[in-house]
Ligand binder design. Structure first.
Ligand SMILES: Cc1cc2nc3c(=O)[nH]c(=O)nc-3n(C[C@H](O)[C@H](O)[C@H](O)COP(=O)(O)OP(=O)(O)OC[C@H]3O[C@@H](n4cnc5c(N)ncnc54)[C@H](O)[C@@H]3O)c2cc1C
Length: 418
């Protein structure tokens, strides 16, 4: 690869071990992921099982999982280094990696207390590391997106079982996963400013290719993020044993919050990987494409686009390294995690769009991967908290919480529970 488009290794955080981890993930991506993505994404094919098996062999489903549970015991830094590389090939593959790192199960209790997890859930994590127990996450609902505290899917105890009723939306991998991590309300919120209480998390194991018992669903016709299906689901009396509850009843929001910084860093890494792919493809195309008797790289307009794209990518990457380091050091960095998610995803859409421009008409076809990078980059601004939600978090830290937001939430609460 042209050394001019790689990261500045000598700077700051990159140790020899990290360079090795990154480079081996890149080799894997270029050999095993990119060709599969180029073949399957245009026909909306699924991520092949063999690819998942190879990822498991490399340990990619257990990068941050402690060694005593079979994982690599590495940090968010290494997790994001690998995610960036995989996303350079296919974002969905960088995403499926997160479905094995056992994060939701481990988040059932606070960081550093893995040994307090019930043995059954520890065993699930061990299987997740091997790629044998991969998750789908069911948080969003038809009426619940950015405002997750408004979840209305309900779970009630009946005898010694949980009974689940309600709708979920946008559940990616609902069919192919080995379990669905479902968030449902188990008790009413105590007050308007504590709407996040009363929501619990459940692990719902199921056979691959099927949905849980008493649950129906169908795929949503999305415009990208192919390689797996994204479902709308209707739970109609789905039954789960008492042991399906993960973490403390009614306190699933704390569990969500404990992993948000890493989740946002992971999305930033995916955005950077997409942008890097777009940059590399653009350079290769521009060097090859001739107009007016010269390669288009001779035109300053194209050269400056490449310069701007590379600069934006590197700025996002260095902010990501900083955030990952803060996470691994156990320092609070919610504002910075929102900043990198916001900045990297906006950057990825800009850079992938410029890549299409550099490709000219060829960029507007399915014959080149840049259209895929752009479609997938568009999503990074929407999921894991939209750009507007990140801006809201950042501005709340800088300016203090907006009083109009608080009034709006209180009014909506009063209406809902009047
Ligand atoms: C392809 C795809 C896959 C997904 N996979 C999953 C999954 O596996 N599991 C899962 O649970 N969810 C998943 N999601 C859902 C995703 O997390 C939500 O789409 C996202 O949280 C936004 O919610 P929403 O779509 O309901 O938008 P809304 O929340 O309705 O937002 C609409 C617009 O209003 C803005 N807005 C909302 N609130 C505010 C505010 N307070 N201030 C300023 N602006 C605001 C938003 O930024 C946005 O521009 C997926 C989504 C997609 C598209």
């Amino acid at each position: 690869m042209n050394s001019g488009v790689t990261s500045a290794d000598g700077m700051g955080y990159m140790t020899e071990e990290r360079i090795l981890i990154r480079d081996s993930a890149r080799d894997f991506t270029m050999k095993e992921v990119l060709p599969v993505a180029n073949e399957l994404d245009p026909v909306q094919g699924m991520i092949p099982m063999e690819l998942r098996d190879k990822m498991a062999e490399l340990g990619y489903f257990g990068i941050t999982t402690p060694e005593e549970l079979g994982g690599m015991g590495l940090g968010c830094f290494e997790y994001c280094l690998i995610a960036e590389q995989l996303a350079r090939g296919w974002m969905s593959v960088a995403s499926i990696m997160a479905r094995g790192n056992g994060s939701f199960l481990r988040r059932g209790i606070m960081r550093g207390k893995e040994d307090e997890l019930p043995e059954e859930q520890r065993d699930m994590i061990r299987r997740a590391v091997k790629g044998e127990f991969l998750a789908a996450a069911a948080l969003s609902e038809p009426g619940t997106g950015s405002d997750l505290a408004s979840i209305s899917c309900r779970a009630v105890m009946s005898g010694n079982e949980w009974v689940i009723n309600g709708s979920k939306y946008w559940c990616t991998f609902a069919d192919g996963a080995d379990y669905i991590m479902l968030f449902a309300r188990t008790s009413p919120p105590p007050s308007a400013d504590k709407r996040f209480l009363g929501i619990s998390a459940f692990v719902l194991p199921k056979p691959r290719g099927e949905l849980p018992n008493n649950c129906e669903g169908s795929p949503i016709p999305k415009i990208g993020y192919f390689g797996w299906n994204t479902y709308e689901l209707s739970f109609q009396g789905t039954r789960a044993p008492a042991s399906a509850l993960v973490g403390e009843e009614g306190k699933a929001f704390y569990m969500l919050a404990s992993g948000l910084e890493a989740a946002r860093a992971h999305t930033a890494a995916r955005s950077i990987g997409l942008a890097q792919g777009a940059l590399e493809d653009s350079i290769a195309y521009a060097e090859d494409r001739g107009q007016f008797g010269v390669p288009i790289t001779e035109f300053q307009a194209i050269r400056f686009k490449i310069a701007t794209m590379a600069t934006k990518i590197e700025a996002a990457r260095q902010l990501l390294y900083y955030v990952c380091n803060e996470i691994d050091q156990g320092r609070r960095c919610d504002k910075e995690a929102s900043m990198v998610k916001f900045f990297a995803s906006e950057m990825a859409e800009e850079v992938t769009s410029e890549a299409i421009q550099i490709h000219g008409g060829a960029g507007y076809t399915k014959l080149h991967a840049v259209e895929r990078y752009w479609r997938d980059a568009r999503l990074t601004k929407i999921f894991e908290g939209t750009s507007e939600i990140q801006q809201r978090i950042i501005s709340d830290v800088i300016l203090g919480k907006s009083k109009s937001d608080a009034r709006m939430v209180a009014a909506a609460f009063a209406e809902q529970y009047a």
